[in-house]
Design a protein around this ligand. Structure first.
Ligand SMILES: Nc1ncnc2c1ncn2[C@@H]1O[C@H](COP(=O)(O)OP(=O)(O)OP(=O)(O)O)[C@@H](O)[C@H]1O
Ligand SMILES: Nc1ncnc2c1ncn2[C@@H]1O[C@H](COP(=O)(O)OP(=O)(O)OP(=O)(O)O)[C@@H](O)[C@H]1O
Ligand SMILES: [Mg+2]
Ligand SMILES: [Mg+2]
Lengths: 255, 255
């Protein structure tokens, strides 16, 4: 089982879209794929038609009831090989509740250890904020995917994310491999090409060699609740995420 | 002094862009305008060329040193009538530190009471998450601006934001007026026009009658660090925010 986290403290950069679309590619290739929604706002949960305000079996139970069997919290989606562990809005209170308690950073990794036989890939969608849920995602994953919108504010946000990553790595004493994925690239704008050049200059070692282009079909896909990669494989957004999946699976030489 | 908060728990919907561009309109009309960055990620702070990882005088000091004079934390910007109270990334730890302590929801309103003589308008930019900083913003403002991207996931996010608002209002026992602002409207996409129709159907009473169109110049403006409304008043994004400013100032019959 391979665990990927998709994170960036900047909002609206395409984290949920990346998690959903990559999961669609993995599922369509026959990999049993689990999506986990670690965002209390529940975009991923809403994408699949569930309500984060009302869902009973959610990630929150893993924190509130350490004996719960994680398998019972997983929902089917209408797509073959694709499963979801939804978020609940109650997760927004976890930072305040857990405060300085130690050991709460390993809740997700402990749950995933119990699920290792059931899935080939796990994709964790994160909230745009720094807290106990992000710490859990970074502790649980073996590869971090950082979507970065190709524009100025988001580039600044990338430095912040890498700063957070090095803090977490230092305390966990392990090096976490990561890939930076340029998203919403619009070659018609100067800001787009300038930002991409800047990314290539300062982060070339961990930067994916291609880009996810701007594609209005992503919005249509989220309205329909169908990952774009399952809805129309020839759409340019789908093609780009398929290339990304090939890179990630090959790059990690994951068997 | 009129205090506006710009908030939505969904990420990337145009909160920072709305705060900055509206502030530019107010400042250009001669109103002394203060921008406050309540997002630990510090997009607004970075927009004006400051570094949220290194800034010493920031919002964080208001929480860590209750005797500090808020006036000393305010920085000039290079724009006339426009001032900034920056964010520090240290603010990300406030929820964990303050935990269940009471009374920490009034830190910002207490600071603003000391500044009432100095400014005509205050605009508070919020992070895309629910926590002590959002509670502070809702307690301190007299009008809430909720930017909503005209697409499915963001509409779902609006329900969440309104749910949060009603929870906060109940405990504060006051009704907070709010305006929903459709952003990044792209009339070429079906998802855009369908979402706008849906907003008009279910939220017509608090919905602004117009929209902020998609405009690539916003990205250029953030790269240059100049609010679009100060950079080029005739640009369609600027014109839309000027109309919004007229609506907000007139609607509230603010003298
Ligand atoms: N490549 C793309 N082209 C065009 N639109 C896109 C693209 N990727 C994502 N979007 C759209 O941009 C918006 C933000 O994307 P998404 O919700 O995935 O970002 P996020 O980083 O998960 O946001 P949050 O910080 O709220 O979790 C959505 O409306 C989505 O449909
Ligand atoms: N009307 C618009 N048209 C086109 N691009 C826009 C528009 N408004 C904002 N943007 C761009 O969209 C991106 C997200 O905007 P912004 O950072 O203001 O959102 P936010 O809600 O503050 O995000 P966060 O949740 O991270 O705080 C930025 O690149 C910005 O330049
Ligand atoms: Mg998301
Ligand atoms: Mg912002």
């Amino acid at each position: 089982m391979k665990v990927w986290a998709v994170a960036n403290q900047k909002g609206g950069v395409g984290k949920t879209t990346t998690a959903v679309t990559l999961a669609g590619v993995f599922a369509s290739r026959g990999y049993r794929t689990l999506l986990i929604d670690l965002d209390p706002h529940g975009s991923l949960t809403a994408y699949f038609g569930m309500d984060p305000d009302r869902v009973e079996q959610s990630v929150y139970r893993l924190f509130s009831d350490t004996m719960v069997d994680p398998e019972r919290l997983i929902s089917d989606t209408r797509f073959e090989n694709l499963f979801l562990l939804p978020a609940s809005t109650a997760m927004a209170t976890l930072d305040r509740q857990l405060g300085a308690q130690t050991g709460k950073g390993l809740v997700i990794v402990n749950a995933l250890n119990k699920l290792a036989e059931h899935f080939d890939h796990v994709l964790i969608d994160c909230a745009p904020s720094l807290g106990i849920l992000l710490v859990n995602a970074l502790a649980a994953c073996s590869h971090l995917i950082i979507p970065v919108q190709t524009e100025f504010l988001a580039l600044k946000g990338l430095e912040r994310m890498l700063h957070t990553l090095s803090m977490v790595q230092r305390s966990a004493r392990r090096e976490l491999p990561y890939t930076i994925v340029p998203t919403m690239f619009d070659r018609r704008t100067r800001a787009g090409t300038l930002s991409l050049d800047q990314l290539r200059e300062s982060h070339s070692a961990r930067l994916w060699s291609s880009v996810i282009p701007v594609d209005t079909q992503f919005r249509e896909a989220s309205r329909a609740g169908i990952p774009l990669s399952l809805r129309s494989a020839t759409d340019r957004g789908s093609v780009a995420y398929t290339e990304l999946a090939d890179f990630l699976l090959h790059d990690d030489s994951y068997a």
